[in-house]
Design a protein around this ligand. Structure first.
Ligand code: GRF
Length: 194
């Protein structure tokens, strides 16, 4: 019998990691998809606690390993990922890493790009800007990663309606719900592509 090939996913996260947890849950019964490792640039990131609880391998790396040497690239080469997923990861991906994994790195952005993208547009800053502009809708963008922040080819977008009464926190919550519903499914679809 031919062994079923398993697709390998590596996740990068810098913060809470609720998307990481959601992705792990989505794939946990799947023998054809493995979450190979979670990598973080924050030694005290809450995502590390989640990984401990979920029995997922996790690794902290420092700036030298990430952007001043091949440390992280070498770790990734060893992990042989089919897909690298940035799930709330705040650093810019260095060019050497991008070139090693062309078309294999995706990111989720908590707004409808090209609006509310670019440097400084992350987390609550995005939702505060959306609120300040009295937008009637916001959403998520899942896109490939290239040399520019938030400018890679868009894979998928989803929208949610906003009310004048929405606060920055309720906007964040609406966006998180969209992320939970869509991100694992899009990862799954990309892994099924030949
Ligand atoms: C998400 O909203 C994601 O879109 C953004 O950072 C947030 C991460 O949340 N890039 P969490 O760490 O997954 O809870």
């Amino acid at each position: 019998m031919v062994a079923q090939s398993t697709k390998r996913v590596v996740l990068f996260a810098s913060g809470s990691g609720s998307n990481v947890e959601n992705i792990v849950h989505y794939f946990q019964e799947r023998r054809d998809v493995t979450i190979a490792m979670v990598l973080t640039n924050k030694r005290d990131a809450k995502v590390l606690d989640r990984c401990n609880r979920l029995n997922i391998s996790a690794l902290y790396f420092n700036k030298t390993a990430f952007s001043k040497s091949h440390g992280v690239v070498d770790i990734l080469k060893g992990l042989k990922p089919d897909l690298i997923v940035l799930a709330g990861f705040l650093l810019k991906i260095p060019e050497n890493l991008l070139h090693q994994f062309p078309d294999k790195i995706i990111n989720i952005h908590p707004a409808l790009l090209p609006k509310y993208g670019g440097k400084g547009m992350y987390g609550k800053h995005v939702h505060a800007a959306v609120k300040a502009n009295q937008e009637g809708e916001t959403g998520i963008t899942i896109h490939y990663v290239n040399e520019q922040y938030d400018e890679g080819a868009i894979i998928h977008q989803a929208k949610t309606t906003l009310l004048a009464t929405d606060s920055v926190d309720t906007i964040a919550e609406k966006v998180h719900q969209l992320e939970f519903a869509h991100f694992p499914k899009i990862i799954d679809q990309l892994l099924q592509q030949p």
